[in-house]
Design a protein around this ligand. Sequence first.
Ligand code: SAM
Length: 274
Amino acid sequence: MTAYNISQKLKNYQIMAKKSLGQNFIFDENILRKIVGFAGDISVGQVLEIGPGPGGLTQAILEAGAAEVVAVEKDPRFSPILNELKELFPNRLSVLIKDALELNLREITASPLKIIANLPYQISTAVLIKWLNEEICHSNCKSLTLMFQKEVAERIVAGPGSKKRSRLSLMTELHTDAKIVLNIPPGCFTPKPKVDSSVVHFDVLESPKYHLDPSKLNNILRYAFNQRRKMLKSSLKPIYPNVTQALNAVGIIETQRPESLELKKFCDLSLLDI
Ligand code: SAM
């Protein structure tokens, strides 16, 4: 086992963290190993890591026995540090210097694919929505183990009736079984962020819980949650001219607000031929 010595590596290469890229690093090897542990067996297939930065989590993934790791990093300043890691683990690590938002999970042919990342906060919801909306059900992805701001993590796993229920919770529920597995205080990061963080582990379902037209469901969720304090009879009026009839047809009470509904009700609504 080699010491990670990440802070020393950052000093050697004179790299200062960039706030604009969400660069809050974890140096604590125990926490890094714990995060990787939630992904289960990674000895077959490929692990995709978003934002390896100076490579602490990357090293923990490799030490846990990952057969193949592809790490996608936007900031080229980390290339020399990541190249050192490549030498330490020959033929097991590839680094792509590019924006993770330009990746398409469908194009990754390795199977099974597991994603592990301490996501930069700026892109965390955008990247999750992109994967859930377009890609996950057509990819080889079996699980995601991802760090978010605690508040975002709570929105992702919120069930019906919760004030935190959101579009993100419903899309997550359609495609995955997700739970918060670890909370991490600001003091565990360098530099210290202002907020708490949480790791969410998602097991991707073999097929979505309901079969439907994703763009139709998305449209309904967008209208319902963009005005979440409104009753559904008002917020969904732009989609359904006879909104009462549509809501009643699937057993929704028109005065309900979006957070109180189960996923199935939204899916039934999207399947209506109106
Ligand atoms: N994995 C390291 C760790 O756990 O200590 C660093 C995590 S840090 C929170 C987020 C990383 O994502 C940074 O290295 C940052 O440069 C990178 N990043 C930011 N935006 C990105 C993007 N659009 N695509 C790929 N990487 C990005």
